[in-house]
Design a protein around this ligand. Structure first.
Ligand SMILES: [Zn+2]
Length: 276
């Protein structure tokens, strides 16, 4: 253990059926030999448990007494079923509770955490930050003493997070990113991929990408008028994206269109959108 650090924060990538180019979801262990907590539980299969138990042993950590689920998606939440014998307290946000219950059924006992809540693990404070956008009740775990943010799918190491309506909301997502970049950060633990060691640059990169996409959509609507989300996605990405992610790219374009609708910048007729 590093001098001055009361806890370890261990990234445990577990194989999941997630989105290209990622093939794993990160779970995180926080704590020491006396007490620990798990953030996200991966996909529901034995391999998930094996990877996490191995990381616990290698890092001399206590068996986690609690699991924080950042959100309900199948590559983040259902793996908690693999740890029932530990009887951990399972935490999520109120706005995610119904989807989490569906994802982790038959487990029914979960506790809700509000924005700003504090959990103590091995005498270290963890601050819970509600960051909606990817999903309505998405949670982040911030460890101020280590300047580490575990961001779930708000930040991923390669590329940008998809935002899929109706659970995904682009306005909320951009507000969340603007809020996260106010934190004092040394690094971000993303939901997928390696530690992000340039946290502010990465958050700016995502914000800039989203604003560019929004402007691109407005430009295309001015040029072509009457476009569907799919037509816009084809024009924006042409053949540059992996076919397996075309659907999520379309959903993200749809999320931008909904944001522009609420801002009164575009109008919708059926499945067609045009500039106002
Ligand atoms: Zn997700």
């Amino acid at each position: 253990m590093q001098v001055g650090h009361k806890i370890k924060i261990v990234q445990v990538p577990v194989p999941t059926p997630t989105l290209y180019p990622h093939t794993t979801t990160n779970c995180y262990l926080i704590g020491n030999e006396n007490e620990s907590l798990l953030v996200d539980a991966g996909y529901d299969r034995k391999e998930t448990r094996d990877k996490i138990v191995k990381a616990i042993n290698e890092n001399n950590l206590a068996q986690p007494r609690a699991v924080v689920l950042t959100h309900s998606h199948r590559d983040h939440a259902p793996g908690v079923r693999q740890f029932c014998d530990w009887a951990p307290t399972v935490y999520c946000h109120e706005d995610e509770k119904q989807d989490i219950l569906k994802a982790i059924s038959p487990i029914t006992s979960i506790s809700c955490l509000q924005d700003g809540a504090t959990l103590q693990i091995a005498d270290v404070d963890l601050t819970i930050i509600h960051g909606p956008g990817h999903t309505a009740g998405h949670l982040n775990v911030f460890i101020p003493s280590e300047e580490v943010l575990l961001a779930g799918d708000n930040i991923i190491a390669e590329g940008t997070t998809w935002i899929g309506p109706p659970e995904g909301n682009m306005s909320d997502y951009m507000q969340t990113l603007n809020r996260l970049k106010q934190l004092k950060l040394a690094k971000i633990g993303p939901g997928h991929g390696q530690w992000v060691l340039n946290p502010y640059e990465q958050i700016e990169f995502v914000l800039t990408r989203r604003l560019q996409r929004e402007n691109q959509i407005k430009t295309l609507l001015k040029k072509y008028n009457q476009q569907t989300a799919t037509q816009l996605t084809e024009k924006i990405y042409e053949n540059t994206i992996h076919p397996s992610v075309f659907f999520v790219a379309t959903k993200t374009i749809e999320a931008h269109l909904i944001k522009l609708l609420t801002e009164d910048a575009v109008i919708q007729r059926g499945i067609h959108y045009s500039i106002k």
